[in-house]
Design a protein around this ligand. Structure first.
Ligand code: G
Ligand code: G
Ligand code: MN
Ligand code: NA
Length: 252
């Protein structure tokens, strides 16, 4: 309850900042975009990672104003990139609680308009629970996509991936959960699952991103399994946007 009050206060006082983790092409190391990740910088407690406060923010719905602040912050940065002639794509994590909020799609569209951000520059990372059709979630996703904003399914393969929902896949990108990447070098089942996800994505015309790559050997294996794009500590931890944009030196 104390932490809840602190969280509320911090949203008002904007005691948060964003880090950006690079996404790259596995063969050349070329930057394809960045994923924004929020951090809470509490005046007394210091920097608190998202896994320590996002669940509370969701339970209390504080994620709604916080999520709007995050989106605004990303669009401010994107506007600066556009003005500088850069084309860096920004991915933003969106909680299912935010998605369910009345007016979410309008909020997103208004913010990108306010900062003159081309919709193609923005990707929303949703978890599988956002694709289960409750209260018009599918319609919201389709509306965002029809405006040109792309949608990724985050942590793909570990959530509610029933085959009946996979049949529809109203998304642009599948982000393979790091659980399959972690043991890809020694676990043949992880290899088979990744291959299956790549095949599914090719058939459905979706992009695939492998998450949690920590070793060059994993990157090579993923490439051989058909993945072309990845993200992970091997390429770069979440960092300042300036540093993320410098990431170009790795390739497998
Ligand atoms: O940044 P880190 O690697 O510690 O993220 C931990 C978890 O918090 C991940 O599940 C990530 O998706 C989530 N997370 C990080 N930033 C955001 C954000 O801006 N919004 C939401 N909804 N979740 C986030
Ligand atoms: O749920 P989501 O995929 O948005 O979460 C991203 C989380 O994964 C963040 O907490 C980020 O810091 C973390 N992460 C990113 N790359 C790696 C990695 O290579 N290894 C590990 N262990 N975590 C990673
Ligand atoms: Mn994510
Ligand atoms: Na993930």
């Amino acid at each position: 309850i104390l932490l809840e009050n602190e969280l509320r206060k911090s949203v008002q006082q904007q005691h948060f900042y964003l880090e950006y983790q690079p996404k790259v092409l596995l063969d050349t190391g070329e930057l394809t975009g960045v994923e924004a990740l929020v951090r809470w910088n509490h005046p007394d407690l210091g920097v608190i990672p998202p896994n320590k406060f996002i669940p509370l923010a969701e339970e209390t719905k504080i994620i709604v104003p916080l999520g709007e602040w995050i989106l605004r912050e990303v669009c401010k940065r994107a506007e600066i990139e556009v003005a500088a002639g850069e084309t860096c794509r920004f991915a933003v994590n969106v909680s299912t609680v935010q998605m369910k909020e009345e007016g979410f799609v309008d909020t997103v569209l208004n913010i990108i308009k306010e900062y003159h951000v081309p919709p193609q520059m923005l990707e929303l990372e949703l978890t599988e629970s956002s694709f289960i059709d409750t209260e018009g979630m599918k319609e919201s996703i389709q509306r965002l996509r029809s405006e040109g904003i792309t949608v990724a399914i985050d942590d793909f393969g570990t959530g509610y991936s029933t085959f009946s929902y996979i049949k529809e896949l109203p998304a642009d990108t599948l982000k393979i959960d790091m659980a399959f990447v972690r043991d890809v070098l020694e676990n043949e089942n992880s290899q088979a699952i990744i291959k299956a996800i790549v095949t599914l994505a090719e058939t459905a015309g979706l992009n695939v991103v492998a998450e949690g790559i920590e070793l060059p050997e994993q990157a090579k294996m993923l490439y051989n399994l058909g993945c072309r794009e990845g993200q992970g500590y091997y390429y770069g931890r979440p960092m300042s946007l300036e540093n993320a944009k410098e990431i170009r030196e790795y390739g497998s």
